[in-house]
Design a protein around this ligand. Structure first.
Ligand code: ZN
Length: 153
């Protein structure tokens, strides 16, 4: 059996992180970090997102990658929908195009706000989801998404 030269057996190709490393003031044209160096370690459970900003980015990446388990684990149990199921192979599934972080505002040790714009296509139409999200930090020191105010147009 032959392999193409220059590949490592069993190694997946390095992937750009879906979140693009979005941060307030960051240029949308800046090169995206690798998944493993960005949201990958949170999605894999190797580490907990240290701030609400990193949690927000990793949740966006979880939507792109169809990681319902991660979305559920990082959603406050009081507000997480019981029927949450992100199926990226469904015919009507949104195709996420990019994330922009408008504002990251820590309020105190346990509360923070992240305002973002996520662009996606669904059913042949392009949408722009503009949300101001609230995050809370639990007794286990983990940040979770609580809820948000959405303006969609
Ligand atoms: Zn990322």
């Amino acid at each position: 059996m032959t392999r193409p030269t220059g590949t490592t057996p069993g190694a997946a190709p390095p992937l750009d992180c879906p979140c693009g490393g979005a941060a307030p003031g960051r240029s949308p044209s800046a090169p995206a970090p690798r998944l493993a160096a960005c949201c990958g370690r949170y999605l894999d459970g190797a580490a907990a997102a240290p701030t609400a900003l990193e949690l927000m980015r990793s949740r966006y990446s979880a939507y792109v990658l169809g990681r319902t388990d991660y979305l559920r684990a990082t959603w406050d149990p009081a507000t997480c929908p019981a029927d949450l199921d992100v199926d990226i192979d469904a015919p009507d599934a949104p195709r996420w195009l990019g994330l922009q972080i408008k504002r990251f505002e820590p309020q105190d040790e346990r509360h923070a706000i992240v305002e973002f714009v996520a662009r996606y296509k669904a059913g042949g139409r392009a949408y722009r989801l503009h949300e101001t999200s609230r995050f809370v930090r639990g007794d286990d020191e983990r940040w979770r998404y609580l809820d948000g105010d959405v303006s969609e147009r």
